[in-house]
Design a protein around this ligand. Structure first.
Ligand code: ZN
Length: 501
């Protein structure tokens, strides 16, 4: 897909040219020590680093709004907002001012490392230190020790198994009930709020909210009915904390059978891959005549092989050759074959040849003009379709809003996008442009978790060169595969938790 730069290019140019400097050395101290580095630039002797890359090292998800040139970093329970060419940093609703403004170039927003760390130090559970003289950043990561929760429905109640990586002393555990919530506090517990899983499909606990405090972790569960504190017992073994909750009423057998049927439907056994464009629609044409339709088909075929071989799932493709397929046909195909996930694969292009990186889209109303234009260009394929009039007025976002309201997969789609984006950002060694949303027609009618992955810019000479290489396309397939695998494992842990009974 293409996007037009226009005003944006103009905004980019006046940025101060930063002098390249020696990289900042990074040492990550966890269970073992890893090293890494951050590119550095200097302005009047002050060292700047690209903030998105710093966030990656902190393993903090980021969201970039290209129109406002703002980056949001999710640090545990806090949101840190940084704006290009601006000295103000927002943390939640608090405002901090750096002694000088951030810089901006095609690598994104650059922050003066020293001052920026000063601001975020109070908001990250992991201690940070920066040695200015040696240009060395030391991050202490505490590895997680709480992985997730499975709720098992028993005849006389519910057993919560909190999976841990070490044994917790019972004196470090506490349980209380308040206002329809059950709270479990684990002193010394560390969890990743974005990754922790919960087998929530039981009838007592509606949802789980995980919170990381500086000294402890808290899991709170919304209760579907009243329970009493004296009906709860707590214990801990080597790799589990067990919370058993007695409820008085027994569950009838037929309810359990229905529940099980319902859950089986959610197993991810069929995946639909949708290589964009094809046939008379080449998609975008990039550097050296490289065609989007060819690149994405090849990546999809490689991904299919990996999914079939390693996950043993059925994989169907909306096209397996260079032929034209309409957008509605694609979603109809996915629904007809009862796909459990839908992954549309595209490549990007931009008039600005320096633009590069990967991004993953969910269906939604575009948050920026740039994202809206991307969707509009992807949707423009319908001009090749005979029945284009059926689509109605595309500029009207009501259709997409309506479809969003009707579909219950928005949350799963966002999660799937997060898993895929995280994996490709880590494994491809290119820039992560984040998770975005826009009104892609191909995602509208698809009744399953669905995302659209942009695997790189074929308009960027360097990225086009990489995309031409089979080895790199294999690497992309591998990275998307890993994201799908992690998502599948996590969602099935939730579903399967209660099947074993
Ligand atoms: Zn495309």
């Amino acid at each position: 897909m293409k996007k037009r730069y226009l005003g944006l290019v103009f905004v980019l140019l006046p940025a101060v040219l930063l002098a390249a400097g020696k990289d900042v050395e990074v040492e990550i101290r966890g269970d073992f020590i890893r090293t890494s580095s951050l590119p550095a630039r200097e302005v009047r002797g002050i060292v700047f680093v690209p903030v998105a890359e710093l966030a990656d090292l902190l393993e903090a998800p980021t969201y970039y709004n290209s129109l406002a040139q703002k980056l949001v970093i999710v640090l545990g329970n806090h949101r840190v907002k940084v704006t290009a060419l601006n000295s103000f940093v927002m943390v939640d609703d608090k405002v901090f001012q750096l002694p000088l403004a951030t810089e901006f170039d095609d690598r994104g927003i650059w922050v003066p490392i020293d001052y920026f760390l000063e601001v975020i130090r109070g908001f990250t559970p992991a201690p940070l230190s920066y040695d200015r003289a040696r240009r060395k950043l030391i991050l202490h990561v505490e590895d997680m020790n709480i992985l997730g929760v499975t709720a098992e429905e028993k005849i006389n109640g519910v057993l919560l198994r909190i999976q841990t990586l070490r044994k917790f002393d019972p004196s470090n555990l506490a349980v209380r009930i308040s206002q329809g919530w059950l709270y479990v506090d684990i002193y010394g517990g560390r969890l990743d709020t974005t990754r922790i899983y919960f087998s929530g499909s039981n009838r007592l606990l509606r949802k789980m909210v995980p919170i990381q405090f500086s000294e402890s972790a808290q899991l709170s569960f919304r209760l579907a009915k009243e329970i009493r504190r004296e009906d709860i017992t707590l214990s801990a073994v080597e790799s589990e904390i067990l919370v058993s909750i007695r409820t008085k009423t027994d569950l009838p057998k037929d309810v359990l059978v229905d529940l099980e049927k319902e859950r089986r439907k959610w197993l991810i056994d069929t995946i639909i891959l949708d290589p964009g464009h094809g046939g008379k629609d080449p998609g975008t044409i990039g550097y050296g005549g490289l065609k989007e339709k060819d690149i994405v088909l090849d990546v999809a075929k490689r991904l299919k092989k990996l999914l079939e071989k390693r996950l043993g799932v059925k994989v169907l493709m909306t096209r397996e050759s260079d032929r034209f397929v309409g957008l509605r046909q694609r979603s109809a195909f996915a629904n007809k074959h009862k796909g459990k996930l839908f992954i549309s694969i595209h490549a990007n292009s931009n008039r600005n040849r320096r633009a590069y990186g990967v991004e993953t889209y969910c269906l939604g109303t575009a948050r920026t003009e740039e994202d809206r234009q991307i969707a509009e260009l992807e949707n423009s394929v319908i001009r090749y379709e005979d029945s284009w009039a059926e689509y109605g007025d595309l500029s009207n976002e009501n259709y997409i809003l309506l479809s969003l309201a009707q579909n219950s997969f928005n949350k799963e789609s966002q999660e799937l996008a997060a898993f895929i984006q995280r994996s490709i950002a880590r494994r491809l060694g290119t820039r992560s442009r984040g998770i975005k949303q826009a009104g892609f027609m191909v995602l509208v009618g698809t009744a399953m978790p669905k995302v659209l992955v942009e695997i790189g810019f074929i308009s960027n000479p360097r990225e086009a060169k990489r995309l031409r290489s089979r080895a790199y396309r294999q690497k992309i397939a591998e990275a998307i595969y890993r994201g799908i695998k992690e998502f599948k494992e996590r969602s099935e842990r939730i579903v399967l938790g209660s099947l074993r009974e």
